[in-house]
Design a protein around this ligand. Structure first.
Ligand code: NAP
Length: 324
């Protein structure tokens, strides 16, 4: 049996639940492609799944390979996969209910894969799919953001926030972003029109009414966000479903988004990256064997832009061998 290096969990728990090991190499089935992973993005959902926070919703079978941001090269096609070809450089946010990308290889449905941006390397490409699709589906699909509208993006320096800021600016919106003061120069580089330091200012006192709030925090931040919405505006959360009753009583709308794989939207994101309208920002690059440290950095909740990416030594050494 062919094996590969992978990071799996056999039980839910803390960082010690992560196991770096030799795992069976998967085979592509009908409509699927086998991708040789060059880099895998690390997202908060990775450690939330590791801890078992989503087990009632996703019903994973363990052992499970973690990581749902991938950039790599198509190695083999399953029966019925015909859009892509072997050797294509691709990226994906694969189905989160299946094995992920902290591995040398991943099998992904062809319908969840797009050609990666040509102008950036795999490490940067792996920072885009999950956070980029989340930003797209919250701002555009759920929120219907249009040119000239005002949007408040919480956690604007984070993985989702930093891409949402750039997508909203590309759409022609006026963007207000929250972050700690140390990130305000970074927010301005991203294009934020008004930066609010959430540690020293209550955003609802500093922000004029907006058409859309993107809530990446939940809890008290979500609750206070109702106050800054214009009548008819929308509160879109990716953390917890906002109250329908509160929305109705205030004459606003609400939505909860759980991001879905979408190759068409990924292709748009790829084009925007190549057109330099969307910049992938990677804070830390780690070997796959150090995925534990990557998750610990993400768990602190203060990473700038995409948390970190595992990358293979193959890219750096040119050797067609395993991860370090
Ligand atoms: N529903 C979905 O499909 C979906 C998809 C993606 C993500 N999510 C969830 O959305 C959340 C954000 O994800 P992410 O990838 O963007 O996380 P992330 O990259 O880890 O976010 C870190 C950022 O949050 C900022 N931050 C922390 N506390 C803040 C506060 N009170 N106000 C404003 N900013 C604050 C930090 O800025 P400072 O360092 O300046 O404090 C940091 O830049 C996570 O809970 C994640 O699980 C859900």
């Amino acid at each position: 049996m062919k094996t590969m290096k992978a990071v799996c969990i056999y039980s839910y728990g803390g960082p010690q639940a992560l196991v770096y090991e030799d795992a069976p190499c998967p085979h592509p089935g009908d409509g699927e492609v086998l991708v040789r992973v060059h880099a895998a993005g690390i997202n908060p959902v990775d450690w939330k799944i590791r801890e078992g926070q989503l087990k009632e919703m996703l019903h994973h079978t363990l052992p499970l390979v973690l990581g749902w941001d991938a950039s790599g090269v198509v190695e083999a096609l399953g029966a019925g996969a015909s859009r892509l070809k072997v050797g294509d450089e691709v990226f994906s946010r694969p189905d989160i209910s299946r094995d992920g990308a902290y591995a040398e290889f991943i099998v992904i449905r062809e319908s969840e894969v797009a050609l990666k941006p040509r102008s950036i390397d795999h490490i940067h490409a792996a920072a885009l799919p999950l956070a980029g699709l989340t930003a797209w589906q919250t701002l555009f699909t759920a929120g219907g953001l249009a040119a000239g509208q005002r949007v408040l993006i919480h956690g604007a320096a984070g993985g989702v926030g930093s891409l949402a800021v750039q997508l909203a600016k590309w759409k022609g919106a006026l963007v207000i972003g929250t972050a700690s003061g140390s990130n305000h120069a970074f927010l301005r580089e991203l294009g934020v029109d008004q930066a609010v330091d959430y540690q020293t200012v209550r955003f609802e006192d500093a922000v004029e009414p907006v058409d859309l709030v993107l809530d990446t925090m939940g809890g008290d931040v979500q609750e206070r966000s109702w106050k800054v919405l214009k009548r008819g505006g929308i509160l879109v959360s990716i953390v917890s479903p906002p109250s329908k009753d509160t929305a109705a009583s205030r004459g606003v709308r609400q939505a909860f988004v759980f991001t879905e794989p979408n190759a068409g939207q990924l292709a748009e994101i790829s084009k925007l990256a190549d057109a330099e309208k969307l910049k992938a920002i990677v804070e830390t690059v780690l070997p796959l064997s150090d995925a534990t440290r990557g998750q610990q950095l993400s768990e602190r909740g203060h990473t700038r832009a995409r948390s970190c990416c595992g990358s293979s030594s193959r890219r750096r050494t040119g050797k067609p061998t395993a991860w370090p």
